[in-house]
Write a protein that binds this ligand. Structure first.
Ligand code: NDP
Ligand code: MG
Length: 388
C-alpha cells in the first residue's frame, strides 16, 4: 500500500486530494492528515480514511479534536511542532496544501524523510525555492508541482531538453476584477474579490487572483521550480482558464496544456506520476468552447507582477519578504483595514524598508533565515498598515 499524508487536508486542495484517495481505499494507507480551524472536517476525514494521526495547527482546538476522534483509534495532536513531527512519519507521497508560509516547515520535514512532495503550497517555493529543491536532492525525494500552471509546464517539458526552452507562458484568468474599470478598484470589497470567474478555491488564493499576487507568486515559483531565467517567463490573461501554460521551444513550437479548471487533474497527475491514470475530470468539448482568447497582463493594473520581477532580480530572501508582506496586506484587506489597491503599496514599501536593512535579504536561504526574514517583514508590513 502507498503511504500518504495530506497537510492542509481540510482546505480546497486537501479536499480534492481526499476525493481522489477515497475512490481507491485499497491502494492507500493514510499516515497523517492536518487542518487548522475546521476540526470537524479533519476528524470526519481521519475516521473515514482510518488515518494514523490527525493534527490541527490550532493548539486551542486539540481537546475538541480529541473528543471527535474518541474511540476511532486515530491519534490527535496540535501545533506547529506536532505538524512537523507528523510530516516526519515515513510516507511515500505527501501533499503540501497548507496555505501561506506555514506550509514550508512540514514540507521540508516530509522531504527530509525521503517522501515525494506534491507541492500545492507555492509559498514554499517563493520563500525558499533553493532550500526545497536542495532538500529533495539531498534525501532522494522529489518535488512535483500541483499548481495548475506548473503542472502544465512540467507536463510540457517531459522528454524535452530544458536548454531548448525559449519562453514559458503562464496564464491568468484575471480574477474577479478583470473587466472592472481601474478607477473602481480602490473601492473593491473582500466579498467582491473573493468570487472567482472560473476556479473554486480557498478564500485567500481567490483574492490573490483578483490582485494578481497569486500570479506574481507563480512567476517566482516558475523560476524556482524549473530554474528558468526570469526573462523567459511571461504572463498572459486568458479569461477561459482552459490553457494553463505554454512552453515555447527554439524551433518555434509552442506546447500548450489544455484542461478544465479542476485541480483534481494536477493533483491526480502528481499522485500517479510517472503514470497517467483515469481521473474524474470533465472532458472538454472544444467545439462548444469555440475559442480561446488572450490579453496582455498590464503591470499598471496589476503592480504585483512588476514586484515579482523586482523580487526575482533581488534574489536571496526577497521572496520570503514579499510573501510575508503580501500575507499581512491580505489579512488587513480581509479585515477592511486597507483598500484593495493599498495591498501592493504595502508590499512594495515593506520590500523597500527591509531591503535597506543590510544583510537581511542577502543572508543564506536556511529555514532559520527564512523565518527571521518572514517575521521582520510581517512586523514591518504591520507598521505600514497601522500608519494608514
Ligand atoms: P484553503 O484556505 O482552502 O485551505 C488551507 C488549508 O491550510 C486548510 O486545511 C487550513 O485549515 C490550513 N491552514 C490554514 N492556516 C494554517 C496554518 N497557519 N498552519 C497550518 N495549517 C493552516 O486553501 P487552498 O486549498 O485553496 O490552498 C492551499 C495551497 O494550495 C495554497 O498555497 C494555495 O496557493 C495553493 N493552491 C491552491 C489552489 C486551489 O485551487 N485552491 C490552486 C493552486 C495552488 P482550516 O481550513 O481547517 O483552518
Ligand atoms: Mg495556479
Amino acid at each position: 500500500m502507498r503511504r500518504i499524508s495530506i497537510f492542509g487536508a481540510t482546505g480546497s486542495i486537501g479536499q480534492s486530494t481526499i476525493d481522489l484517495i477515497a475512490r481507491d481505499p485499497e491502494t492507500y494507507h493514510v499516515v497523517a492528515l492536518s487542518g487548522g480551524r475546521n476540526v470537524a472536517q479533519l476528524a470526519e476525514d481521519a475516521r473515514k480514511l482510518n488515518a494514523e494521526i490527525a493534527v490541527t495547527a490550532e493548539v486551542a482546538r486539540l481537546s475538541e479534536l480529541r473528543e471527535r476522534l474518541a474511540g476511532s483509534g486515530v491519534e490527535a495532536a496540535a501545533g506547529e511542532a506536532a505538524l512537523i513531527e507528523a510530516a516526519r512519519r515515513p510516507a511515500d507521497w505527501v501533499m503540501s496544501a497548507i496555505v501561506g508560509a506555514a506550509g514550508l516547515p512540514p514540507g521540508l520535514a516530509a522531504l527530509e524523510q525521503g517522501a515525494t512532495l506534491a507541492l500545492a503550497n507555492k509559498e514554499s517555493m517563493v520563500c525558499a525555492g533553493p532550500l526545497v529543491m536542495q532538500t529533495a536532492r539531498a534525501h532522494g525525494g522529489a518535488v512535483l508541482p500541483v499548481d495548475s500552471e506548473h503542472s502544465a509546464v512540467f507536463q510540457a517539458l517531459i522528454g524535452e531538453d530544458i536548454a531548448a526552452v525559449e519562453r514559458v507562458i503562464i496564464t491568468a484568468s484575471g480574477g474577479a476584477f478583470r473587466d472592472w474599470p481601474l478607477e473602481k478598484l480602490a473601492g473593491a470589497t473582500p466579498e467582491e474579490a473573493a468570487t472567482h470567474p472560473n476556479w473554486d478555491m480557498g478564500q485567500r488564493i481567490t483574492i490573490d487572483s483578483a490582485s494578481m499576487f497569486n500570479k506574481a507568486l507563480e512567476v517566482i515559483e516558475t523560476k524556482e521550480f524549473f530554474d528558468i531565467d526570469p526573462a523567459l517567463i511571461e504572463v498572459l490573461v486568458h479569461p477561459e482558464s482552459m490553457i494553463h501554460a505554454l512552453v515555447g521551444f527554439r524551433d518555434g513550437a509552442l506546447m500548450a496544456h489544455v484542461g478544465p479548471p479542476d485541480m483534481r487533474h494536477a493533483i491526480g497527475f502528481a499522485l500517479h506520476y510517472p503514470e497517467r491514470k483515469t481521473l474524474p475530470v470533465a472532458r472538454l468539448d472544444l467545439v462548444k468552447l469555440g475559442q480561446f482568447t488572450f490579453r496582455n497582463a498590464c503591470e499598471t493594473r496589476w503592480p504585483a507582477l512588476r514586484l515579482a520581477r523586482e523580487v526575482m532580480a533581488a534574489g536571496g530572501l526577497a521572496g520570503a519578504v514579499f510573501n510575508a508582506a503580501k500575507e499581512r496586506a491580505l489579512d488587513a484587506f480581509i479585515a477592511r483595514r486597507i483598500g484593495f489597491l493599498r495591498m501592493a503599496e504595502v508590499v512594495e514599501e515593506t520590500l523597500n524598508r527591509v531591503s535597506a536593512q543590510s544583510g537581511l535579504i542577502t543572508a543564506g536561504i536556511t529555514l532559520d533565515n527564512v523565518r527571521a526574514a518572514d517575521h521582520f517583514a510581517r512586523v514591518t508590513a504591520d507598521e505600514i498598515i497601522t500608519q494608514d
